[in-house]
Write a protein that binds this ligand. Structure first.
Ligand code: GRF
Length: 204
């Protein structure tokens, strides 16, 4: 299975996916990084790991449709079967999402449906939540909304700062995302509407 990761920034989740593929934990080919930001750290990570980069900047296109059209073309040229969003800071159009229905994963740094949006860690911290966490889900037409694949809670202690919470969340993300991708690639996720079933695995 050919995977494309979409990232706009630092790329620490992308790095976690690279490691899991290299170790053979995810049995798939990391075929492409799609990036919309020339300054993204993810680009260097891709180069170091020998992953092909498609730098596609929104500003080079006169409409979102043309921008996404170029992305789709790249995905087709590279035979992409699974899209992994890892800090991609653009909302994909309903048209794009429906073309790749149940083939786009996202990671969100909170327990959805709580704290949707781009500042989920800060929002949970400022709210005074005692528990937050990480969610991996399928992408549908609504933001931070699709069926949930895996979730893991993270406790917010009185001694936590926003920075320490961020560290704890990222640590969990780097385990949870590769695991969700592994399950997807292994065909272990069954959909029953919003409710997903993870099929049990034989222990070798
Ligand atoms: C992560 O916190 C992820 O949950 C969110 O964007 C952030 C990306 O971080 N969607 P990185 O670029 O993977 O380090």
């Amino acid at each position: 299975m050919n995977i494309a990761v979409f990232a706009s920034g630092r790329g620490s989740n992308f790095a976690a996916v690279i490691r899991a593929v290299k170790k053979g934990k995810i049995k798939a080919n990391l075929a492409l990084l799609v990036c919309d930001n020339p300054k993204a750290g993810a680009i260097n990570r891709a180069k170091r790991a020998g992953v092909k980069v498609a730098l596609i900047k929104r500003g080079d296109f006169s409409s979102k449709e043309e921008f996404e059209g170029r992305i789709t073309q790249c995905l087709k040229e590279n035979g992409i079967e699974l899209i992994v969003l890892a800090g991609f800071m653009r909302i994909l159009s309903p048209r794009f999402v429906s073309e790749y229905k149940n083939k786009i994963l996202n990671i969100h740094p909170a327990l959805l449906p709580s704290f949707k949006g781009a500042h989920a860690i800060k929002d949970a911290f400022d709210y005074g939540a005692k528990i937050t966490g990480v969610t991996v889900h399928f992408v549908d037409e609504e933001m931070d909304h699709g069926p949930i694949i895996l979730q893991k809670e993270v406790e917010i202690k009185e001694s936590d700062t926003e920075e320490s919470l961020e560290k704890k969340i990222h640590k969990i993300e780097h385990r949870l995302y590769p695991e969700a991708i592994r399950l997807y690639v292994a065909g272990k996720i069954r959909s029953e509407g919003r409710k997903l079933k993870i099929l049990s695995e034989e222990i070798p």
